[in-house]
Design a protein around this ligand. Structure first.
Ligand SMILES: [Zn+2]
Length: 277
């Protein structure tokens, strides 16, 4: 990133953005319970794993966590992160109900809505509501405070959001879910685009082309960082690996990205966890 804004990746669509004064996280999903555990039982934030990840990334204080949607692999740890390092939880009513279930006070909860802008220090965060990637396993809303441990199926999406972080030193667009609303990002510009590619390899080629057109070609970033491609059942202490084959066809997505990068000259770079740009 240009100037003083630094973006650090933590797997899935968890990205920490800071100008050295103010810190914003998207999702901040750091516990990453094994998929077997997710399938068989109830899950909860692991305060030790959260603490270790924040320490490794050097996050000692935080101002905001913006939650993309209320599936567990986005929202589950946001309240625990706020308990450890501070900040306000920005999200749908479903996401806020996860905060309430964890005992966060209402003063730490900020509902978000499409088209609204939120000021966090020198950042302006504009919110776009969009669509979940095809194959939404848990649609619907979380209508009451959700305490943990809870089954993954209790985490209903509650609406899917993307975030445009604009700062005097540069701008970042975080688009966690691989789907699009035609024309929604017309006129939006960002230097860095965190582009969700989860399950994109399982979609028809025409869908991938449309996705690229309505997201990447609309925003025209200088750098594309693919996100939500990693197997989020593996701890951040281990190397990131792609989602398992029954979940996604990562090879197809990688071939698509390589072709786009080659033919149209897009700069595409995978970011390692805890690495800043
Ligand atoms: Zn989801």
């Amino acid at each position: 990133m240009s100037g003083a804004v630094r973006c650090t990746f933590y797997g899935t669509s968890s990205v920490h953005v800071s100008d050295g004064t103010v810190g914003i996280f998207t999702d901040a999903f750091l516990t990453r319970p094994s998929l077997l555990r997710v399938g068989l039982g109830r899950i909860a934030p692991d305060p030790g794993r959260v603490r270790r990840a924040l320490a490794k990334g050097g996050v000692t204080s935080l101002d905001a966590v913006f939650v993309a949607h209320a599936h567990y692999d986005h929202v589950m740890d946001a309240p625990e992160v706020i308990k450890q390092v501070g900040g306000t939880l920005y999200g749908s009513e479903s996401a806020l109900n996860v905060g309430r279930g964890a005992g966060l006070p209402e003063a730490c909860l900020q509902p978000i809505a499409h088209g609204r802008e939120y000021t966090v220090g020198d950042f302006t965060v504009r919110v776009f509501e969009g669509r979940h990637s095809p194959g939404n396993r848990y649609p619907g809303s979380i209508r009451e405070p959700l305490a943990t441990p809870a089954r993954a199926s209790r985490y209903r999406d509650g609406g899917c959001f993307s975030f445009h972080l604009v700062h005097p030193s540069g701008s970042v667009f975080i688009h966690p879910s691989a789907n699009f609303v035609p024309g929604a990002f017309a006129g939006v510009r960002a230097e860095v685009l965190y582009l969700g590619i989860g399950a994109l390899g399982r979609q028809p080629a025409a869908f991938r082309d449309d996705y690229w057109h309505h997201v990447v070609e609309a925003i025209r970033p200088r750098l594309i960082v693919p996100v939500h491609w990693d197997n989020f059942g593996r701890s951040l202490g281990r190397r990131l690996r792609p989602l398992p084959a029954w979940f996604d066809d990562f090879a197809a997505t990688r071939a698509f990205l390589e072709r786009r990068g080659r033919e149209d000259d897009w700069a595409i770079r995978f970011q390692a966890p805890f690495e800043g740009i």
